[in-house]
Write a protein that binds this ligand. Structure first.
Ligand code: MG
Length: 244
């Protein structure tokens, strides 16, 4: 079976909604936290805790209308239908927050797409219309703290030995899962990483590109490049699985 794992922020959405949201409501303290995280001096969980605290209290309606103004790559909608038609198992894996992922998917009629992410509770403040953020992290890895929601573990849990793993991403949190995928679709920061690390990849800009390429790979199985296991990725999955 072909399993397609897709990043959310910057891949399905045009901007990084998480970054934009924290910066909009938490300002400079949030960009400082992200900088510390990028330098490696704090974990992803610590970064999110600091960002959430920095946001203080806000009107839920202001938050919601901010989220409703975030654009997605509209070709993702057809891509979901394509995966369904071809029986490709589609899963979103995100190191962002479920509150905005769910809201954005619902707004585009994609509420049925399965996703894994961190959890963001909106806690009412003193019975007013104001809320504050309370993040929690159900999918951390025991050893690695570079991400809060471990995408690698989701790939390991939701794929079998005989599966072909496809990954679509663009940024920092996609570097690790790309190493475990048989076919990587990359743009921006992830593309540079794949080049540096000698991970073969398909370049894309939109999900229409991903769909076109996957269609060609599925319809011409004998032709090269073929949709098949990447030896290094299959080995990495097996080794990680044994180590768990
Ligand atoms: Mg991203």
């Amino acid at each position: 079976m072909v399993r397609v794992f897709v990043d959310f922020d910057g891949t399905i959405t045009r901007p990084d909604v998480g970054d934009a949201m924290f910066e909009r409501f938490g300002g400079k303290q949030c960009s400082d936290a992200v900088e510390d995280y990028r330098k490696g001096s704090i974990s992803a969980v610590e970064c999110y805790r600091r960002e959430s605290a920095a946001c203080g209290t806000m009107d839920k309606s202001v938050l919601d209308s901010f989220l409703d103004s975030q654009e997605i790559d509209e070709t993702f909608i057809a891509f979901v239908a394509f995966c369904c038609d071809r029986s490709l198992e589609l899963t979103i894996v995100s190191d962002g927050m479920d509150y905005y992922i769910k809201r954005i998917l619902d707004r585009h009629g994609l509420g049925d797409v399965k996703f894994y992410s961190n959890h963001l509770a909106l806690v009412p403040v003193n019975g007013s219309a104001q809320i504050r953020f309370e993040p929690s992290f159900p999918y951390t890895d025991e050893v690695c703290d570079r991400c809060a929601c471990c995408k690698r573990n989701h790939i390991l849990t939701h794929s079998a030995d005989e599966d072909i793993v496809v990954y679509v991403g663009e940024g920092y949190s996609d570097r690790c899962p790309a190493r475990y995928a048989d076919a990587v679709f990359a743009k921006d920061e992830l593309l540079k990483y794949c080049m540096e690390e000698n991970i073969s990849y398909f370049e894309y800009r939109t999900f229409a590109d991903v769909e076109e390429r996957l269609r060609a790979l599925l319809d011409n199985p004998g032709k090269r490049p073929a949709l098949r296991k990447r030896r290094r990725a299959a080995l990495a999955r097996r080794e990680a699985f044994i180590a768990e």
